[in-house]
Design a protein around this ligand. Structure first.
Ligand code: CMP
Length: 167
């Protein structure tokens, strides 16, 4: 159903203004994939070559801020896109994205995105904005986490110090 695919892609502001031919070209590099609740779609630290758009269901973005300590970053639902950071920064996946419920996603391969970028330089700018805001959010989460750790440490030191009494 090409019409359905176009509508889905165009429901995201990244692709909303693309002509139908460009949407079709993206779709020709895409396929629907299914994930069950709890399954990881992309894993933090892994290599990746695909961009995803949620068709139905919900996914969670989570980041390991310290070994064994994972925090919730965001939840994404139908129409929303993820996986763009690796595509554009050439870095490993910045976070794990996991299906919160059985979810259907559109997986777009890198070549499809590249083809479009050649034709539409504005698209790169829109992607850059998305990458930037998400990257900033990830960084600030890291900082908040560090501050929380620091204040926990302070608290532990204070407790220990006063628990030891006046020796
Ligand atoms: P990528 O690094 O390829 O893989 C993990 C994805 O999680 C990342 O691309 C983004 O699409 C998504 N992601 C990372 N940080 C955030 C955020 N702060 N909000 C929403 N999504 C994010």
């Amino acid at each position: 159903q090409p019409q359905e695919g176009r509508l889905l892609l165009a429901s995201h502001s990244l692709f909303a203004d693309l002509p139908p031919a460009d949407l079709d070209s993206l779709l020709s590099h895409s396929r629907p994939v299914l994930f069950t609740a709890g399954e990881a779609i992309v894993r933090e630290g892994a290599k990746g070559r695909s961009l995803y758009q949620v068709i139905t269901g919900r996914v969670e973005v989570e980041k390991e801020v310290q070994p064994g300590h994972t925090i919730h970053v965001a939840e994404l639902g139908p129409g929303e896109v993820f996986g763009e950071m690796t595509l554009f920064q050439g870095a490993p996946r910045s976070a794990t994205v996991r299906a919160l419920e059985d979810s259907r996603l559109l997986r777009v391969d890198r070549a499809g995105v590249r083809e479009l970028l050649e034709r539409d330089p504005d698209l790169l700018e829109r992607f850059a904005q998305l990458v930037n805001s998400r990257r900033r959010e990830l960084e600030s989460l890291g900082h908040e986490e560090q501050q929380r750790e620091a204040s926990n440490l302070l608290e532990a030191m204070r407790n220990l110090f006063f628990a030891l009494g006046g020796g």
